[in-house]
Design a protein around this ligand. Structure first.
Ligand code: PMV
Length: 359
């Protein structure tokens, strides 16, 4: 698929009004996307687990205008209340997707959105939020072009979500999604694909307990962080390493090799933060409690012979990953030893999920 394939050739049907709702989950990257080219094209491929509980639910009520407007016509409600400060981000998103959905100035939209996780949890809602929005607008396009296949629908939803927030393109399907051109068959820089090879049953229902170490606003946004990978002294080696890790993960996923899985996942998390610390200007998003937790995880893993590991996104929170078969021991460990490092003792129990759903 090429970019041009997402520009509709025709849109003959006319729909006056309607309403659509999607619930879209967040995702956690195992191989991290960090660094991008123009138009949200990733500098390296990534792969993630789609989550289940952490999700955004978005509805769009759409009504056809008498004539095409000069600007986008929409209202935005977050958790039931008008939210003016989210509007500029939505406007940028609409301007990026208009080329691929030429009808959007022909409609007035009421966008209502809410998250399953607390707004101030330090959990980024851009992946779940942008994918839910992309799915809703794709549903409208599907009404206008009913011949569209499900494969195309999902690819284009992921393609559009990517234009809102890169990692959002990995939230349309589940439970393992790859984004970015690599040897993996069917992989693309334009959209995420369901991981196409064999995945061992140990990775089914994999757990992710998200320890909320710091619920504050990040000091450095991921947009700024991605940008700092331009002229970064270690950028090329890092991008090559991501490819290598993805290649290595193929047999890890197939064989269910948790020892190697842990090495790759933890190394990816620390490399992501090492890139931040070696950017110019440099910055640190981990907090002292992030490191306390990492050290506790290493000690517990050694002593218990379980297979929990950690990963991090662009923040201080720690994602603790472990197989379903070890959940009892790991929960007990988290309760007894890790919760004390969380802000107000807060954490979220999540697991891998099957992707976005229309509701
Ligand atoms: O989608 P963005 O631009 O917010 O970037 C997300 C980057 C990481 O979460 C750090 C890594 C990833 O692959 O999700």
């Amino acid at each position: 698929m090429k970019e041009q394939d997402f520009i509709p050739a025709h849109c003959d049907a006319v729909i006056e009004k309607g309403k659509v709702t999607y619930r879209s989950p967040s995702n956690i990257a195992l191989v991290k996307y960090w660094g991008k080219k123009e138009h949200q094209i990733p500098a390296n491929p990534s792969v993630s687990f789609t989550l289940d509980s952490c999700a955004t639910t978005t509805s769009i009520s759409y009504a056809r205008l008498d004539s095409k407007g000069d600007d986008y016509s929409f209202e935005l409600l977050f958790e039931g209340k008008p939210k003016e400060d989210f509007k500029p981000k939505i406007k940028i998103f609409l301007s990026r997707i208009e080329k691929y959905l030429p009808f959007i100035k022909q409609y007035h939209f009421i966008i209502e959105t809410s998250n399953s996780f607390p707004h101030s949890s330090g959990i980024a809602s851009s992946a779940s939020g942008m994918s839910a929005l992309a799915l809703c607008v794709m549903h409208i396009e599907k009404q206008l072009r009913p011949e569209m296949t499900t494969t195309f629908f999902n690819q284009k939803a992921s393609f559009l979500a990517r234009l809102g927030s890169g990692s959002a393109c990995r939230s349309v399907e589940g439970s393992l999604v790859q984004w970015g051109k690599h040897d993996t068959k069917g992989s693309s820089d334009l959209f995420g694909i369901k991981y196409p090879y064999k995945v061992h049953s140990i990775f089914q229902n994999y757990h992710d307990t998200i320890l909320l170490v710091d619920k504050g606003q990040k000091q450095v946004s991921s947009t700024v962080g991605h940008d700092l990978m331009h002229n970064h002294p270690f950028a090329e080696q890092r991008f090559a390493q991501a490819h290598q890790n993805l290649t290595e993960l193929k047999s890890v996923f197939e064989r269910g090799d948790l020892e190697v899985f842990i090495k790759i996942v933890e190394s990816e998390a620390l490399t992501l933060h090492a890139m931040m610390m070696t950017s110019m200007p440099y910055f640190i998003l981990m907090k002292p409690n992030t490191l306390e937790i990492i050290n506790k995880i290493w000690a517990f893993r050694e002593q218990s012979k379980t297979h929990l590991c950690f990963t991090l996104d662009a923040g201080a929170n720690v994602h603790v990953l472990y197989p379903e078969s070890e959940k009892v021991e790991v929960h007990e460990f988290i309760q007894n030893e890790l919760v004390r490092y969380c802000e107000n003792g807060q954490y979220i129990s999540d697991r891998t999920g099957s992707g976005a759903k229309r509701i």
